[in-house]
Design a protein around this ligand. Structure first.
Ligand code: NAP
Length: 280
């Protein structure tokens, strides 16, 4: 386990729990937000690397160590929901939690990945045709959020059975073959494909995802949940074709903002959070 800095007495501690977690931008982003809100003296946010077998014990110890909440990332999102005493409807429907709040020994689970996607899109998707690529955890959050917003959602996945299963569970449509990009207004990449930025990876992205770059145009909004240093290949292609491009860092900012709102009750300083995530 990574060493945990001692907090000052009375400091309300927050953390992100993951494995690995060193790469997480949440500590920089949330610390910048707390500073901007004038809460830096009374609140703190740190990264804690915790192996799956230690997760439940670590979480249950946290309230006694001054923690009031935590973000949870890969691979702990299912375990986080499972150990909670109560769960918000988003966490229940998605089947995973990325935000825990401690009220004494009581643990509440939320899922702000869904709100993060809608916040990053920043406009209503009611009546729009959305293609979600992927059927894993973040695809579940995206599909649930977009259906709730009134979009028509089609799911494509490399392993089609998983798309069919997710679609029937949440009330979306699954793509029976390669989808026609021209049929959609919004395209969401919720697969792990395309995390690197280099130009050389454009060909593999197009090979692994059902995206014909020539069919992308200014009428499309393209969301890539994956992020790295600089634009992903999909973001580069979307921008080159004149589409509106919303990247994974923008989604990260909005999920973090929703978590911060739950813990502090304050309106999150989006600009400060955005600035902190984009400094490498
Ligand atoms: P996950 O549960 O492991 O799901 C992975 C998905 O990627 C599955 O649908 C899988 O398809 C697909 N996939 C993997 N390799 C593929 C390939 N070579 N070709 C086509 N499809 C492939 O992962 P997740 O937790 O949903 O995360 C997905 C992405 O979202 C990651 O890049 C993650 O970093 C990102 N994310 C970002 C945020 C944010 O705030 N920006 C939040 C959450 C997640 P199969 O079913 O066929 O295996």
């Amino acid at each position: 386990a990574s060493p945990r800095p001692r907090a000052e007495p009375g400091v309300r501690r927050l953390a992100v729990l993951g494995h690995p977690v060193a790469h997480s931008r949440s500590p920089a982003m949330q610390s910048a937000a707390l500073a901007e809100l004038g809460l830096a003296g009374g609140w703190s946010y740190e990264a804690i690397d915790v192996a799956p077998e230690d997760f439940e014990g670590r979480v249950r110890a946290m309230p006694g160590e001054g923690f009031v909440g935590a973000n949870v990332t890969v691979p702990h999102k299912l375990a986080a929901l499972a150990l909670a005493d109560e769960a918000a409807s988003a966490a229940q429907a998605i089947g995973a939690a990325n935000t825990l709040t401690f009220d004494g020994e009581r643990i509440r689970a939320d899922n702000t990945d869904a709100a993060g996607i809608l916040g990053a899109i920043g406009q209503s998707t009611k009546g729009l045709g959305v293609l979600v690529m992927g059927a894993g955890g973040s695809a579940r959050a995206a599909v649930w959020a977009l259906l709730g917003d009134g979009a028509g959602v089609t799911i494509w996945n490399r392993t089609p059975q998983r798309a069919t299963q997710l679609a029937s569970e949440l009330g979306a449509v699954s793509a029976t073959g390669p989808p026609n990009i021209e049929d959609f207004d919004v395209i969401v990449n919720a697969t792990t494909v395309g995390m690197a930025a280099s130009r050389g990876l454009q060909a593999p992205v197009l090979k692994n995802l059902p995206i014909d770059a020539d069919c992308l145009s200014a009428r499309h909004l393209v969301v890539d949940l994956a992020y790295g240093d600089g634009d992903t290949a999909l973001m580069q292609i979307a921008k080159a074709r004149g589409a509106r491009a919303v990247d994974g860092l923008e989604v990260l900012v909005h999920q973090g903002a929703a978590s911060l709102r739950i813990w502090t009750g304050e309106e999150p300083p989006i600009e400060a959070m955005r600035g902190a995530t984009r400094v490498s």
